[in-house]
Ligand binder design. Structure first.
Ligand SMILES: NC(=O)c1ccc[n+]([C@@H]2O[C@H](COP(=O)([O-])OP(=O)(O)OC[C@H]3O[C@@H](n4cnc5c(N)ncnc54)[C@H](O)[C@@H]3O)[C@@H](O)[C@H]2O)c1
Length: 281
């Protein structure tokens, strides 16, 4: 694929943050857009922006965790544009934070259902179509949290490790099929979006809430990192270029390179795991 002009691009989690920035970037590139999110009101605004930028676009409210809603999104895209070229499986939530033993089964299931289940649903729904016509690319939004084991963040980090593994499995399988479909595994560091605020906004005690004092403190730290993070527009530019460049790994910055390399070294040497903070310097 040497241009995104006139290609049909599906984006999940398109109403905010990185997904919304992708919508803007692809609209400017001349793509046809199928945008989706669980938040219908914000999605409507995103659709307005995309059309103002000149894109031919449709929007559909859908929950990535529900298989049938992924299928409905696929059908909407095909009905409107006939073919899908790029799928950005991007929707995600921070989920509850706290000690792994203090979080409830619901906390784990809710986070895993969206963050990992959403990508599994997306791959199963969209990839067969891309493989059939061959002119396609899958962008999976993982995280640096899919490469290191951070404390107090087990549901999210487990899910993101799964997303990284799924992206790599998919890549190997497509290579073995000699498919021309490409894969990009987007691993953002900190990006200035609504993700940490969305977690804080959930009612305490409800499924998906942030648990207890420790959880709140950790959430505060992650909110600060996100506030100081990269502009989502920078990330969407990187995504655009990674698709055209057929790049698999897309790290948005290098602040987690040392902890990731150190972890790999510890595993090779059979050393005890050590938690290392990223280098934001
Ligand atoms: N912001 C960061 O620092 C950062 C770092 C690493 C990875 N990520 C990942 O980037 C992706 C986008 O997050 P963001 O930072 O732009 O956050 P965001 O909260 O600004 O946007 C996420 C969007 O996903 C939507 N969403 C949530 N649950 C959904 C569901 N079940 N079905 C459909 N849509 C749903 C939300 O309504 C929201 O519009 C996520 O996968 C996130 O894990 C973000």
């Amino acid at each position: 694929m040497d241009t995104l002009r006139d290609k049909t691009v599906v984006v999940t989690g398109a109403a905010s943050g990185i997904g919304l920035a992708m919508v803007r970037r692809f609209a400017v590139a001349g793509s046809k857009l199928v945008i989706s999110d669980i938040d219908g009101a914000k999605l409507k605004q995103a659709l307005g922006e995309a059309t103002e930028l000149g894109a031919s676009a449709v929007a559909m409210t859908a929950d990535v965790a529900v298989e049938s809603q992924n299928q409905a999104l696929f059908e909407t895209a095909i009905e409107n544009f006939g073919q899908i070229n790029v799928v950005c499986l991007n929707a995600g939530v921070q989920g509850p934070m706290g000690q792994s033993w203090s979080l409830s089964k619901d906390d784990y299931e809710w986070t895993l259902g969206i963050v990992l289940g959403g990508v599994i649903n997306g791959v199963r729904t969209f990839v067969p179509h891309l493989v059939d016509h061959g002119d396609g690319h899958v962008v999976v939004t993982a995280s640096v949290s899919g490469h290191v084991a951070s404390p107090f963040n087990a549901p999210y980090a487990i899910a993101k490790h799964g997303v990284v593994t799924l992206a790599e499995s998919l890549f190997h399988e497509l290579q073995m099929e000699q498919s021309t479909v490409g894969v990009t595994c987007l691993c953002p560091g900190s990006v200035k979006t609504n993700i940490a605020n969305a977690a804080a906004a959930l009612a305490p005690g409800s499924t998906g809430s942030t648990k207890g004092k420790l959880g709140s403190q950790i959430l505060e730290i992650s909110q600060r990192a996100v506030e100081d993070g990269l502009d989502p527009e920078t990330v969407s530019g990187q995504v655009h270029d990674a698709i055209l460049g057929r790049r698999f790994w897309l790290f948005t910055d290098n602040s987690w390179d040392d902890p990731i390399a150190a972890r790999a070294g510890e595993i090779a040497e059979r050393l005890q795991p050590r938690f290392r903070a990223p280098n934001f310097g």
